[in-house]
Design a binder for this molecule. Sequence first.
Ligand code: FPP
Ligand code: MG
Length: 298
Amino acid sequence: MLSAVERKIEQFVGELNDKEVVSLYRKLPQGKRLRAKLILKIAGTSLSAIKTAAVVEMIHAASLLHDDVIDDAYTRRSKPSLNALYGNKTAIMLGDILYSKGFFELNNISADIAKIVSNAVTQLSLGELKDVSLSKTFNSSREMYLDMIYQKTASLIEASAGAAAVLAGKPKETYMVYGRNLGLAFQMIDDLLDITSDAETLGKPVLHDFMEGKTTLPYIYLYEVLDEAGQQKLVSLHGKVLSSSEQNWIKVEMEEKKILMKCFSQAKELIEEAVELMNSHGETALSGIAMEMIERDF
Ligand code: FPP
Ligand code: MG
């Protein structure tokens, strides 16, 4: 039924009566549609569920368009990003168009759904700002990292699950916990893949996050276990283009100190908690979505 969501997005974009926008939208690489899948699995395929899924995916696409401008990212899902192809101005405006049309349509669903989703978009934006601010210096605080990824990534997944539960008359809080755990684990795994994967699979250079200034969880844990000289070395490498021997040093230290395993276990714990919660509500299909999260290309 994901195709019904694709058609709904096409319809919403088509209603803007602008050929350039339709053609730009079609150039966006389609993602995994995780949020739409989640909504349909929880709420079924009523028109409201399909509309909610379409709006959430439009907002998500808008946020990535802006994120690629903010991060100076020239690839997205192994293809040139829209800012790389057409420049920042076009990417920002397409983001604004998708986002505002999404908001317009959100108001036609219900006030409850509009509140849940719009609150998450505020969180998303606050989280992105935190990500930018935290990237200016080496961040050694786990708490700040976790707060930031909650806002930047988990909030929209949490809201998707919560909104879908409301549509289906299911307990909102329970589904929001599930969505939150999934979102946190998703970002943790994403941050791990930046270290463990290869440039070809990632579609961007490895250790790109750290070179960009992002001190993700593995770097925070590594910092915690290094001696003083090691800590100084790690901090001195933050936000720089790294030579292959510097990259190698980081990777070897992380391997030796079992940092990657530790981060993976933490993400896995969140997923297992989510799976248990869903199993106890008889939602085994939702456990499947959660498991997909930790079974990504590692
Ligand atoms: C990706 O993070 C970014 C996000 C999940 C959120 C971005 C949010 C905004 C730009 C603010 C909201 C704006 C609108 C228009 C709704 P990442 O850079 O860690 O992940 P990546 O590797 O996929 O780029
Ligand atoms: Mg980014």
